[in-house]
Design a protein around this ligand. Structure first.
Ligand SMILES: [Zn+2]
Ligand SMILES: [Zn+2]
Length: 197
């Protein structure tokens, strides 16, 4: 039978095996059972001191994360942001919005983005022309399906075409859907009428 060993912490007697006692310096059994060792470690990591230490270790391991937080805090305190492209410091308004970015603004300023857009307009146009040419059948089919099924994206594009807005409200989509449906019924009737006067 396996001999028993008394844990110095909880005082319970448990079999002197690796299942119940961890090793110390890789050679002999620890005086405290595994459960007590685990509990001590857990308590420590939940204590203020342990939390602080864990934070310190995290900061050492991830210096970039610390830099990011510092940068974000400085930005929100001053209301200014540094453009990563031109390097100029500008107020938040000079950057386009991006929900996930630091302080909700993009890293590159509006001027730099506009400049990039202008400089690359030809290559972008060429790309979209080539893409359209290569995928014409697929796109046409999709458009026909969207139009026949009155999909939300199709209706949105129709609304955007007639009035120039970016965010189309949901109820407007519903109204437009009814509108298009009525129009289609009217057109169908017009087509039928000449045949049966
Ligand atoms: Zn114990
Ligand atoms: Zn810039």
């Amino acid at each position: 039978m396996t001999p028993l060993k008394k844990c110095t912490k909880c005082g319970e007697e448990k079999p002197k095996t690796l299942e119940f006692f961890g090793l110390q310096k890789k050679r002999w059994f620890r005086s405290e059972c595994r459960k007590c060792v685990q509990k001590t470690a857990r308590d420590w990591s939940r204590s203020e001191k342990g939390k602080r230490r864990k934070r310190e270790i995290y900061h050492q391991k991830h210096p970039l994360a610390v830099e990011r937080v510092k940068k974000r805090t400085m930005e929100s305190l001053t209301g200014l942001k540094n453009c990563t492209k031109c390097g100029e410091t500008k107020p938040f308004d000079a950057f386009y919005k991006q929900t996930k970015a630091s302080n909700g603004r993009k890293a590159v300023c509006r001027d730099c983005e506009k400049k990039y857009y202008k400089e690359n307009i030809n290559s972008r146009r060429r790309y979209s022309r080539e893409y359209l040419a290569a995928n014409r059948d697929k796109l046409n089919l999709q458009q026909r399906q969207n139009s026949a099924g009155l999909s939300a994206s199709y209706i949105k594009s129709r609304i955007k075409k007639s009035i120039n807005i970016n965010n189309v409200p949901e109820d407007l989509i519903e109204l437009k859907r009814i509108h298009i449906t009525l129009k289609r019924i009217r057109n169908e009737r017009k087509k039928e009428q000449p045949a049966n006067p």
